[in-house]
Design a protein around this ligand. Structure first.
Ligand SMILES: Nc1ncnc2c1ncn2[C@@H]1O[C@H](COP(=O)(O)OP(=O)(O)OP(=O)(O)O)[C@@H](O)[C@H]1O
Ligand SMILES: [Mg+2]
Length: 507
């Protein structure tokens, strides 16, 4: 089969205020028509940059792009759409207060001669598209009412509506639950049957082996390998990504958990008029990792927010080292050793428009040792930040680089660097490995296991059950605001059983 899309010798350097990053160094990328092509590589390897160049969101320094051997110039997304190229970006760009239909509408140009959008006509077209694609979404719902999986589908619909033939999906599965991933794969297969070409970025090698026909691996801005997935196995692909043999092994040594550090007693939480947490009780001890498993939206997020002081609760108690922490502000909670890695790393976990240093010192700058009579001790703050950036291996030319310029995995490293401290007693980690490359996942797991060894209490929220099972000492399953199972023996953890409790099949 002939190559349909060819990107040849693509280079790109970012320069923000003198911070130079060579994101792509002569990368090559070829895709055949009607196939699903995986694009892999570590955090910061240049995957999103390469695809943004194809979609006209970034300008390449050199190289060329060909479709069916004809050179094309995609200076902006409008050009790209004209060539049939559409992209769902790593971070969604939907308007929360608009409905599904309205968000898809945003794509279209003014339609008739007096400048009005032919709303009814467009609505019909969108409904037809919904049917053809096999998506199940209520198109009159607002985006803020949709799950991540449904939002992903709206993004795909948006580019299909613009007539895309090549669909670029940048890490579409990192925010999805297992069921949503199954749904997405069904849709991808259907699109492929209809002759569409799909470029699929992910960090999960199993997904590539399942859904992709071919794969290209980027390493440090260069093409490190390419091949048919049926001729490759997981080990070979991981080796191409990392650049050396890499063994993913989790050392979860048995040890005794000690005193209770976090205790939740009969907690009730209301969100609007709905009681989302209905009498939940559990403990987390020093030296253990406890996971709350549950399909997103069953009350677990509210519990976490209540522990960190971001949400009020109706009734019940939250105790840290036997002290009731009701009424303490998030800053006061941090002071007594509660730390939080939120799921939404861009809007809650970090400030994108601030520098790495500013993000790292946000709960430090006011301390005596870092400021004097209202003046910041910049030298000390810089030393402190540089140490963390080195320790957590954040890939950046400088601590004064903006967080928004970092790749997804490196943003997570900044957050982890800020949240894990010697003083930490209770760490709440929500999807800490989401969107990370295999080396970083291993790194985060090691960090959590070291905290466990250091007698901290860790509460983990993660949708990847394999991750949960391999990492934790106990599992609590939540369904509709209640705990439906306490599983205390890691040797008996069973994915199927946990799944049944999560879906309310077993109670
Ligand atoms: N707008 C930008 N300004 C400056 N540097 C950038 C910008 N976008 C990306 N970079 C840098 O370019 C490099 C490649 O980033 P890119 O986002 O393409 O990586 P990626 O392979 O998609 O990683 P991830 O798996 O974490 O999403 C990284 O070092 C990143 O920090
Ligand atoms: Mg990316």
């Amino acid at each position: 089969m002939k190559n349909y899309l060819k990107m040849v010798d693509i280079s790109k350097t970012y320069d923000t205020h003198g911070n130079i990053v060579r994101a792509l160094k002569g990368a090559n990328f070829s895709v055949k028509r009607g196939t699903v092509h995986g694009l892999l590589g570590e955090n910061g390897a240049g995957k999103s940059t390469l695809m943004k160049i194809l979609f006209g969101l970034e300008k390449k320094d050199s190289g060329k792009i060909c479709l069916d051997n004809q050179e094309v110039k995609t200076k902006n997304p409008c050009d790209a759409f004209n060539y049939g190229i559409g992209m769902v970006q790593q971070h969604f760009s939907l308007i929360e207060d608009f409905t599904v239909i309205e968000n898809i509408f945003l794509n279209i140009e003014i339609d008739n001669r007096i400048g009005l959008v032919m709303r009814e006509h467009e609505e019909l077209a969108i409904k037809k598209l919904l049917q053809e694609s096999g998506f199940i979404i209520d198109s009159s719902k607002k985006i803020c009412e949709l799950s991540m999986g449904q939002r992903q589908k709206v993004e795909i619909l948006r580019i299909l509506h613009r007539g895309a033939d090549i669909l670029i999906l940048d890490e579409p599965t990192s925010v999805l639950t297992e069921q949503e991933i199954r749904d997405l794969f069904r849709v991808v297969r259907k699109l492929k049957e209809r002759g569409k070409t799909i470029i699929f970025i992910t960090h999960k090698v199993e997904e590539v082996l399942e859904i992709c026909d071919e794969v290209t691996i980027l390493r440090k801005g260069e093409t490190a390998g390419t091949g048919e997935t049926k001729k490759l196995d997981k080990k070979q692909i991981v080796q191409m990504i990392v650049g050396a043999p890499f063994l993913f092994e989790i050392k979860h040594r048995k040890h005794e958990a000690k005193e209770v550090l976090l205790s939740i007693k009969d907690l009730h939480i209301k969100k609007g008029d709905i009681e989302t947490v209905k009498g939940v009780s559990f403990d987390v001890r020093a030296g253990e990792i406890v996971a709350i498993a549950g399909v997103s939206g069953n009350g677990q997020q509210e519990i976490v927010e209540a522990i960190f002081g971001l949400r009020n609760y109706l009734d019940g108690q939250i105790l840290v080292e036997s002290k009731n922490i009701r009424g303490l502000s998030p800053r006061e909670r941090r002071k007594i050793g509660i730390n939080y890695i939120p799921e939404d790393r861009l809007n809650v976990g970090s400030c994108m428009d601030a520098t790495i240093m500013e993000n790292l010192i946000i709960d430090k700058y006011y301390e005596r040792s870092f400021s004097n009579n209202g003046c910041l001790n910049i030298n000390k703050l810089e030393q402190f930040s540089t140490k963390l950036v080195n320790k957590y291996e954040v890939k950046t030319p400088s601590i004064n680089n903006y967080v928004r310029n970092l790749s997804g995995g490196n943003i997570q490293r900044v957050i982890i660097a800020r949240e894990i401290k010697p003083e930490t007693k209770v760490l709440i980690a929500c999807e800490p490995a989401m969107g990370l490359d295999i080396r970083s996942v291993k790194y985060v797991y090691d960090v959590l296991l070291n905290l466990r060894e250091a007698q901290k209490a860790i509460l983990l929220l993660a949708s990847d059950l394999d991750e949960v099972i391999s990492l934790v000492d106990r599992i609590i399953v939540m369904y509709k605001g209640k705990i439906t199972a306490y599983m205390n023996n890691p040797e008996l953890f069973n994915k199927k059983e946990i799944g049944e409790y999560m879906l309310g099949i077993k109670t």
